[in-house]
Design a protein around this ligand. Structure first.
Ligand code: WQD
Length: 343
């Protein structure tokens, strides 16, 4: 679908959204971004324009729940397909603010579906999450494994999948690909685009590691070493954000000529423990990472690792970037942007 195809990217200023915008622009797509900057920065889109072969066609600062504003975006641009990233995504925060999470994540998705239907747009890639598998005991996980969300964030993503499935049954022309991300990390190899968490203390381990390595945080707390894993620390399937972005471009190409809803895991199939990640980051950054073993974080599960074979079979595509590349790219971005994006 490259050439004059126009893709609407919601949450396009976010971590995964901005990297996906670069991937699409570099492959001949026209990109329209909507973002409310509640958990992102216009600075990311300035970097997208700097890195990519072409800048986005337009950027609209709107809340998806503002239906009139969203409808105007579809009036203004001939949208061929949508990639929907815009959502709240902090597990801990979702426990404190469940209504906000359902309103933004589920309400934003239904508002988008209505606008797409009103404007004859039938192709959607939806950003879902491995967190819907909940306290999975099985490793690796396939798309057939049962969902068991254990927090409002994960439940909001699971509910969105139900909404999309029901809507596809009702609207036969709708073509939806649901991508369940495992743990996206890394940064664009230029060092100009990366993950810039809100606030001084990141929730997620990779940006936290980067700040410890840079001396901006004193040490990493390793949340538990008594899990039933190789070294007792939590195991996750870290996937390079550039692989995630590439996966979305490939997904777009598989929306054409299809209808109905298909669900795919987006991971590498490789599990990495926290201590293995610390060691990899030390090698990549040439720094020593102080850490302390502390108690488990409530809500954490021992291991979440994808079985990526369904995507490989369906798209003849696999991830290509390894843990070293993830750590090296994060470190390059950290060193070049110690305080994130300007202003
Ligand atoms: C990874 C591992 C922690 C921080 C996240 C998002 C979730 C989803 C998937 C989008 C765990 C350990 C962490 C720290 C630590 N994203 N850890 N010290 O929890 O797997 O899920 O990615 O859908 O929304 O929350 O990622 O990076 O927080 O944790 O020891 O300071 O690192 O226990 O084992 P998580 P994470």
């Amino acid at each position: 679908m490259p050439g004059r195809t126009t893709v609407l990217v919601t949450g396009g200023a976010g971590f995964i959204g901005s990297h996906t915008c670069v991937e699409l622009l570099d492959h001949g797509y026209d990109v329209v971004v909507v973002d409310d900057y509640s958990n992102s920065s216009p600075g990311a889109l300035e970097r997208v324009a700097k890195i990519a072969a072409r800048p986005p066609v337009a950027v609209h600062e709107i809340d998806l729940l503002d239906r009139r504003a969203l409808s105007r975006v579809f009036d203004e641009h001939h949208i061929d397909a949508v990639i929907h990233f815009a959502a709240k995504k902090a597990v801990g925060e979702s426990v404190e603010l469940p209504v906000e999470y359902y309103d933004t994540n589920v309400g934003g998705t239904t508002a988008l579906l209505r606008a797409m239907h009103d404007h004859g747009v039938h192709r959607l890639v939806f950003s879902s999450s491995c967190s819907i598998y909940g306290n999975a005991t099985k490793v690796p996980l396939t798309e057939e494994d049962p969902a068991g969300p254990t927090n409002p964030y994960a439940t909001s993503k699971w509910l969105c999948e139900q909404v999309l499935a029901d809507t596809c049954r009702h609207l036969p022309r709708l073509s939806v690909l649901v991508l369940r991300y495992f743990n996206p990390v890394g940064a664009h190899p230029s060092g100009l685009l990366g993950e810039v968490p809100r606030g001084a203390v990141p929730n997620n381990v990779m940006p936290y590691l980067a700040r410890v390595a840079a001396g901006r945080l004193p040490k990493l707390s390793v949340f538990g070493d008594d899990y039933p894993t190789t070294d007792g620390t939590g195991v996750r399937d870290y996937i390079h954000v550039m692989d995630v972005a590439e996966g979305h471009r490939v997904a777009l190409e598989h929306l054409v000529g299809e209808n109905g809803m298909r669900v795919f895991n987006l991971g590498t199939g490789q599990g990495t423990s926290v201590l293995e990640l610390v060691a990899a980051f030390q090698r990549a950054s040439g720094t020593s990472i102080p850490y302390e073993i502390t108690g488990r974080r409530p809500g954490d599960v021992p291991a979440l690792v994808a079985d990526p074979s369904a995507v490989a079979r369906a798209w003849n595509w696999t991830t290509t970037r390894d843990l070293t590349a993830m750590c090296e790219d994060v470190w390059r971005f950290q060193e070049l942007n110690p305080s994130g994006y300007p202003n």
